[in-house]
Design a protein around this ligand. Sequence first.
Ligand SMILES: *Cc1c(COP(=O)(O)O)cnc(C)c1O
Length: 225
Amino acid sequence: MSLGDHLAAVKKNIERAALKVNRNPADITLVAVSKTVDIEIIKAAYALGQIDFGENRVQALKPKSEALPQARWHLIGQLQTNKVKDVIGRACLIHSLDRWKLAEEIDRQARSRDILVPALVEINIVGEEQKAGMEPADVESFLDSIGQLKNIRLQGFMTMAPLLDDPEDARPVFRELSVLYQRLRTRRYENIDLRYLSMGMSQDYEVAVEEGANIIRVGTAIFQQ
Ligand SMILES: *Cc1c(COP(=O)(O)O)cnc(C)c1O
């Protein structure tokens, strides 16, 4: 199958999953995770109508976004504070805000450039030691503190489910984050507007859509050979 076939198949699956739970497929943004492919393939995907791309490393996001600035670039991987300056103003959304120190640094850099930086809090639902992300129990007080950081625009939550044989096993993880998201959406701060739930990858994006994801991050299913 060609790149176009893979993209079309993923979109069809998103549509089917959305309709199954009475959601509008147009409300779901597909981020094509392009970390394993080079810029020529990304340009081919863009020519096919794919606009959002995700990279997990700043070192890759920088040159790729410079080569294709008309696309929308998402940073989905861990961010070190010393790389913040290379991401802000370049990524349309940082999915991996997972600690207070990082939030402070993003805010500081954003303020000095007089820009607003949209970000999602990455949350570690399963509590696996090796996984990045904040514990669900800490999210509420984090949101309270974020209110002080005026140059961050906190727009939602992101999570990664553990790799499991059966995508159904990811459902409780997605559901838990979805419940947290719905509960905290009523928060009112100048710089918090929870509207994105980024969850689901190649193995489990249909389940994620059924559980309320409105951004899904799919790599392998699109860019496989
Ligand atoms: C690589 C990656 C993805 C995409 O994974 P696939 O299994 O290739 O779809 C999604 N999210 C994050 C954070 C990733 O690093």
